[in-house]
Design a protein around this ligand. Structure first.
Ligand code: MG
Length: 285
């Protein structure tokens, strides 16, 4: 099932099921968070659709979860080739036994078609990171790796937009440089876990103005989605609607020769088969 959250004329949001270029509204459910709560309570999302179908091209899509309840959980340096390109620029790092974890604030989330802000008085180093994003459905703590994927409600695409120089100048943590307004595009659809299939067998691609910058498969992750969920859940309960960004492949801007950062007017797109293309443009502010 492909779930989309879209804007209604009155400014509120509506959850819908996308199918063949149409969207069937799911009345009474505002977004994917509502859909998760409804499914957890035993509701049947597939049977909930009602009202007149809308044309997918005519609705204004929002992020599947326009405002997550908690910070987004993010994993850093999780593809070997990206780790290697970062080490070329920044120097060698210790081999990690555990995934690098940071967060982004929920207010950074925007949807497909939204502007990504370039804060020109702050930094010119605005960078892209295409990522597969897992959304938790069933809560849990100390989740065994073997059971971890049973806790996933679905998957979407994300762009872990990063202000590189700011990322590195606040005591070694990445929070500030990763959490600015508009710097967490998500979407366009959330594909439920059973329909998405194996999260370690997905292609992921990022283009800037149509030029491919990143192309990889999630098979190249150092820590799998199941391992990430296991580790995050140790001593810390994961909750329905938690958003987990699973890391980015090689090809980010700062590690290119010469470095390439996003400029006003650029279009940056993240594509994952079945989920679709998350397209955003850069706006200088
Ligand atoms: Mg990232």
């Amino acid at each position: 099932m492909h779930l989309v959250t879209f804007r209604l004329d009155d400014g509120s949001s509506q959850l819908g099921r996308a199918d063949g270029g149409q969207v069937m509204p799911l009345p009474g459910l505002r977004d994917v968070l509502d859909g998760i709560d409804y499914a957890l309570a035993g509701g049947d999302l597939a049977a909930r659709a009602g009202g007149d179908p809308l044309s997918l091209s005519q609705v204004s899509l929002l992020a599947p979860i326009p405002r997550p309840r908690r910070n987004l959980f993010c994993i850093g340096r999780n593809y070997a080739a990206h780790r290697a390109e970062a080490e070329r620029v920044l120097g060698p790092r210790r081999a990690e036994q555990h995934p690098a974890v940071f967060t982004k604030v929920p207010e950074a989330v925007v949807g497909p078609g939204a502007a990504v802000n370039l804060y020109r008085d702050l930094s010119g180093q605005l960078d892209w990171e295409a990522e597969l994003v897992a959304v938790i459905g069933r809560p849990g703590r100390d989740i065994p790796e073997a059971d971890a994927l049973d806790h996933v409600f679905g998957y979407t695409a994300g762009n872990d937009i990063t202000v590189r120089d700011v990322q590195r100048r606040h005591g070694g943590q990445w929070f500030k440089g990763k959490s600015m307004d508009t710097h967490a595009p998500l979407g366009p659809a959330l594909v439920t876990a059973g329909d998405f299939g194996d999260p370690q067998n997905a292609e992921i691609c990022c283009t800037v103005n149509g030029t491919v910058m990143q192309r990889a498969t999630t098979a190249d992750m150092i820590f799998s989605v199941a391992q990430i969920i296991h580790e995050l859940s140790l001593g810390m309960t994961l909750l329905p609607g938690d958003v987990i960004m699973t890391g980015t492949p090689a090809g980010v801007g700062f590690a290119r020769t010469p470095p390439r950062f996003l400029a006003g007017g650029d279009r940056v797109e993240v594509s994952i088969p079945h989920i679709g293309t998350l397209s955003n443009h850069v706006l200088e502010v």
